[in-house]
Design a protein around this ligand. Structure first.
Ligand code: FAD
Length: 446
């Protein structure tokens, strides 16, 4: 591809999807300017605010993301929210291509009465609290008052939360967990955790690797007490298990203990939450969660039954997934959005009906996929971006020069990569994450 001018690419977001796509575009030996816009002062999205503190190997992709900043074709604009500080229309006026990689901003809801009670916490807030998301630093979940916790949903986020709740506090001491979360874990009285799901064992959402990590808490005296054989055994009778399910079953058989005196956790299946009961003596806590039991029909469908059950718990944590939202100007600019899925409709990352507009990561895949799966998607999207840019013969777009002027006019302090390095070095020197944006901004200004 021969370029006659320097095309401009705007990337919205700075999580793994945004970085891998940028790095993949930079691999092509072409004159291009890539500007990355992140609404927070700090980059990396859920790698910083989602991935569990005891998974440093997963977070190590951040090192690779630093490589983008070493390329003069790339620039980072932190603390710049698209839709607020810079309008989407202004991006289209100033860039040849736009890559939407802004992830999922909301959590799913259960839609049951009592869901807004303070002792019903969604995983997004809970994870943000222990990972230092400034929005959640005051969450203060009452782990010092809740002996029993129910988690709804059984994906890998639920497994992270099982470890947070039950691993000994010293497990977290040398991680980047927030000091206030560590302090609360030291005071925690959580003894019993139930992980509840609507479907059956075979449809468990966790991966065996994350499941095993929770099972291995038995070394610290945390027992896995199974799932309730009454639902499990008939379920598996006559079923043909695949390799992953066989392994999952072996893990259960190896670790499952009948009952436990001390800390324990269990998986519960075929239960749909119907409502909560509040503790009349301590109204800030729950008493129990009420479930409707389900059964699996011969054709494999989940069918509600008339039977109800309840689980005693003082705190309920919802791990039922995240949801993407359209940006404010989508309607105005005729950018499609699938509200049901919470994703931008696309073909291999090309946004349907839009020229030189792409999406990647959770906003493209309806909040599904790991960092590894994002790597492959990003490489595909980058190849489309570059191929389509090749058709732009002479770019008249102003890119970062125009945007920098707009930000100055609007008094927006954009965080550039040097500023971010200062924040990162400060955090390393202090051995903790900064958890409010003003302190980050003041470190940059020092
Ligand atoms: P994100 O990482 O969410 O990044 C989106 C970015 O866009 C954010 O920084 C956001 O602030 C920014 N943004 C949003 N709106 C705007 C706007 N208007 N203007 C500018 N910027 C904006 N995967 C693994 O492989 N291993 C794990 O151990 C693992 N643990 C996880 C734990 C949790 C609790 C969660 C929720 C997910 C975990 N994942 C893990 C999945 C992984 O985090 C995702 O696959 C990945 O982060 C998705 O990347 P993304 O770039 O699409 O979105």
């Amino acid at each position: 591809i021969r370029f006659f001018s320097t095309p401009r690419v705007a990337v919205i977001g700075s999580g793994p999807a945004a970085f891998y796509t940028s790095l993949d575009i930079l691999k092509y030996d072409i004159p291009v300017q890539i500007d990355m816009f992140e609404k927070r002062p700090c980059p990396f999205g859920l790698v910083r605010f989602g991935v569990a503190p005891d998974h440093p190997e997963v977070k190590s992709c951040q090192e690779r993301f630093h490589d983008a900043s070493k390329d003069p074709r790339f620039q980072f604009f932190g603390n710049v929210e698209i839709g607020r500080d810079i309008k989407l229309k202004e991006l289209y006026d100033n860039y040849d291509s736009i890559v939407y990689a802004y992830g999922s901003s909301r959590e799913n809801r259960l839609g049951i009465a009592g869901e807004d009670h303070p002792a019903v916490i969604n995983s997004r807030d809970f994870v943000g609290w222990y990972n230092g998301d400034p929005r959640n630093q005051d969450l203060n979940p009452p782990l010092d008052k809740a002996g029993e916790v129910t988690i709804i949903g059984n994906g890998n986020v639920a497994m992270d939360i099982v470890r947070i709740l039950l691993a000994p506090a010293k497990h977290w001491e040398n991680t980047d967990i927030t000091p206030y979360a560590l302090d609360m874990l030291q005071k925690s009285i959580v003894r019993k955790v139930t992980v509840s799901a609507r479907r059956g064992f075979l449809e468990s959402k966790f991966s065996n690797k994350e499941f095993r990590e929770c099972l291995e808490l038995d070394k610290c005296g945390v027992a896995f007490t199974g799932w309730g054989a009454e639902t499990f055994e008939p379920l598996l009778a006559g079923m043909k298990l695949g390799r992953v399910e066989k392994r999952r079953l072996q893990l259960v058989q190896k670790y499952c203990q009948p009952a436990a005196e001390g800390k324990s956790w269990r998986l519960d299946y075929l239960q749909t939450p119907l409502g909560i009961k509040v503790d009349p003596k301590q109204p800030s806590l729950l008493k129990e969660t009420i479930f409707r039991k389900n059964r699996i029909s011969p054709s494999g469908e989940i069918v509600p039954t008339e039977d109800l059950s309840s689980v005693s718990n003082q705190l309920l944590i919802l791990c039922i997934g995240y949801k993407g939202e359209a940006l404010a100007e989508f309607d105005e600019l005729n950018i499609p959005f699938d509200t049901n899925r919470g994703a931008i409709p696309n073909r291999e990352g090309r946004i349907e009906g839009m020229e030189r507009s792409y999406c990647v990561g959770w906003i493209a895949n309806a909040s599904r996929g790991s960092i590894n799966s994002t790597v492959a998607d990003s490489s595909m999207v980058a190849s489309h971006v570059v191929a389509d840019l090749g058709k732009v013969q002479d770019s008249a777009k102003k890119g970062r020069e125009a945007i920098t002027k707009l930000l100055a006019q609007r008094n927006v302090k954009a965080i550039n990569w040097d500023d971010w390095i200062k924040i990162e070095q400060y955090e390393r020197s202090q051995g903790r994450k900064l958890t409010d944006f003003n302190s980050m901004l003041s470190v940059c200004n020092d």
